[in-house]
Design a protein around this ligand. Structure first.
Ligand code: PPS
Ligand code: MG
Ligand code: MG
Ligand code: MG
Length: 344
């Protein structure tokens, strides 16, 4: 039992953990249904983003309504808002979202209920109390390509991430068997370790995950964003060279990268900023952060500072992200600092 178990013997955040998994499972089903129905060769060649827009809104509605059902007083910081679904202009999109949500849930929701559920995600965040952080689809571009994306939900209490769940519908359960079953759910509660199970299974199927025990960075592999606009591939390459890394980077969209490093598929996650102006959002990192830490890893910004989830909707006190196993983390941060100092 965890050190933070309460007097009744129920593990710390057990009810929240179960609710978050229910929400991420449901939203993952919504995303898969959208992909099947709406992503076609034509939408791909036209670079039509409308399928992922429908999936984003539908997944946020589903997650927020499940959180509200279990914890009616909890606030939510969600990436999306329902502005584009309102009025005559929003009618076509609204109808698609209502159809989608109701085709995948047992309890049909009206259009108004769906819009209200989406807009429960407008909370400003901050240092006290409890709020959830939701990215209904992280890695929207990966979703459209049929590659990696993730449904990411975290619970922040008094400014720190205490619980994280990441659903990865397209991630192989076993990375050494990429042609076998796909669909992973990763979960961690502060103090209780990190676990994975196949999406669609229950807690009895969970196995503990941990970061690799690589001790020499020259033996390591790193992962980074697919989109060069989201992380500087050239800075990442310089850091890798300094660390003696010869393996090609594993490029992958979304917080699946945190899951990959947390279970030892890769050893380092590098997200070097591409501009001085972009501010990372809490929903892009909260769930992955606690999963990495509970898997025995460390996460910081490019200066080695912990990510500060207590400020609001953004990580405005941090620049970039670096994550790695505890055994090599300090060496990686030193290489990041040297590389950035050489640029000045
Ligand atoms: N300029 C810039 N710098 C850093 N990050 C940015 C930037 N622009 C967008 N974003 C956010 O990146 C989220 C996608 O995550 P990844 O970068 O891991 O995925 S990807 O490989 O690039 O697709 C993506 O999340 P989603 O919108 O949920 O897909 C964005 O919030
Ligand atoms: Mg995102
Ligand atoms: Mg998103
Ligand atoms: Mg987005």
């Amino acid at each position: 039992m965890s050190a933070r178990a309460c007097a009744t013997g129920v593990a710390y955040l057990a009810k929240e953990r179960a609710a978050a998994i229910e929400a991420v499972e449901s939203a993952s089903r919504v995303c898969k249904a959208v992909f099947k129905k709406l992503v076609t060769d034509e939408t791909l060649t036209k670079k039509d983003k409308s399928p992922v827009t429908v999936a984003d809104f539908s997944a946020q509605a589903v997650v927020n309504s499940i959180i509200e059902k279990h914890f009616p007083d909890d606030a939510i910081v969600g990436e999306e808002d329902a502005k584009d679904l309102r009025g005559d202009e929003g009618r076509a999109l609204r109808e698609k979202v209502v159809d989608l949500v109701n085709s995948t849930t047992k309890h049909p929701m009206s259009a108004d209920e769906i819009l209200r559920a989406i807009d429960r995600g407008q909370y400003a965040g901050g240092p006290t109390g409890r709020h959830w952080a939701l990215d209904p689809i992280d890695g929207t571009k990966g979703f459209l390509r049929g590659e990696q994306f993730a449904v990411c939900l975290a619970l922040i209490i008094d400014g720190k991430v205490r619980l994280g769940v990441v659903g990865c519908p397209n991630l192989p359960y076993n990375i050494s068997k990429p042609d076998e079953e796909r669909g992973v759910l990763a979960v961690a509660v502060e103090g209780q370790g990190a676990f994975q199970r196949k999406l669609g299974t229950d807690q009895s199927a969970e196995t503990r995950i941990s970061v690799s025990n690589v001790m020499e960075t020259r033996d390591a592999s790193f992962c980074e964003s697919v989109e060069a606009a989201h992380a500087s591939h050239s800075d990442n390459a310089k850091i890798a060279a300094l660390l003696g890394i010869s393996k090609q980077p594993v490029r992958m969209d979304s917080q699946c990268k945190y899951v990959a490093v947390a279970r030892g598929d890769a050893d380092i996650y590098l997200r070097l900023p591409t501009s001085n102006t972009y501010v990372e959002k809490i929903w892009d990192h909260a769930a992955g952060n606690v999963i990495m830490q509970e898997a025995g890893g460390r996460v910081s910004d490019i200066e080695g500072k912990e990510l500060d989830f207590s400020i609001g909707r953004t990580l405005s006190a941090n620049k970039g992200v670096v994550a790695a196993g505890a055994g090599i983390f300090d060496t990686v941060i030193a290489a990041v600092k040297t590389t950035l100092a050489n640029k000045r």
